[in-house]
Design a binder for this molecule. Sequence first.
Ligand code: PLP
Length: 420
Amino acid sequence: MKLSAFGRKFTADAGITSLMDDLGNALASGDDMIMMGGGNPGQVPAIQERLTEVLGDITRDPEAMKRLVGIYDPPQGEKRFIASLAELLNREYGWGLTEDNIALTNGSQAAFFMLFNMFAGDFDDGSQKHILLPLAPEYIGYADAGIAPELFRAVQPEITFTGAHEFKYRVDFDAVDVTSDTGAICVSRPTNPTGNVVTDQEMERLESLARHHDVPLIVDGAYGTPFPSLLYVDAQPRWNEQIVLCLSLSKLGMPAARTGIVIAAPEIIRALSSINAIMNLATGSFGAMLAEPLVRSGEILSLSREVVCPFYHRKMENAVKVFTDAMGEGCRWYVHKPEGAMFLWFWFPDLPVSSLELYQRLKARGVLVVSGHYFFPGLAEDGWRHRHECIRVTYSQDDERVAEGLRRIASEVQAIWAEQ
Ligand code: PLP
């Protein structure tokens, strides 16, 4: 098979494809693997019940059924959902949105592909622009999303210690270099993989940098605010025309419905709709129709704050406690301050094996995690040891399994030190 540059780029081994393969193979192997590697959300009973009710209502209404499966939506996305969402966000936050400010995509992953390639890559004037990730580590799913090579520039973080076994990454603004070749700035909040929540002050500074250089600030709110609210610290939702806010229904409990939401200036929404029409013809209606009653009533916000957030918060606290108890005081370890999302990001300074070897050893012990080295897209390899000393551990699944997985991780790390 002869492939174009595009074909070669998107079939080459990418971090995200090997990760998804590994997860899929581990699941399919039938082994009793403890899955702490993926980004699957937990099953929140109140959300599932509410979605079952809505689906029942749709199936009993022939007109709604026709809209669910029988007609193409416009490329911008399902109109009623968009109208209800604009109304809800205006009511709640006074953002002054119209329907021209919102587009839906088949998962927010698809939105990032379109946005990154809209704002970075080759330009008519011969310049090549990049997407600036001001706070590495960042989401692995961005890493291979560029059609042009080397689409990302990332900035090493400042590390501050916030507890005996806890640290937090902060944006090192002295090192953030927005240039005429920066096409957009992008940050996930909360951050996958670390569970960091970029503070309101950091967000203000990033926004003013974006404004000053006249580039969009893309905020990936897949776990964030205003929904699904996997947030354990205060963080204000923010939007204005400088910001491209990307949301998703996935972490609310609907990853299979593949619904991403982009809130942006109308010209960005029009551009996204055009690309969407070419790539997908239309966006799937399923997620939008299922969630629309929750958006219209505002339940999407109340359920996020009162049900989804406490569900994950409790899991996070349990997970930290189990690991802390299992590690004791023998060796050096830190967890990133778990401020949101569904991951613990462990750092084992000076561990004699790399995070990739640790991942392999853990897999052999029946626990699947993700080696942290994947999460530094756009950061030049400069001998910074830290990037090979971290792992990402998902705590969204069954409490007992998560606890067992954490105990095995602790015991493996202790075994590695004991071998020295
Ligand atoms: N952004 C972040 C930070 C994520 O972790 C994910 C998925 O795990 C996505 C975006 C993409 O989510 P989806 O395409 O399901 O909306």
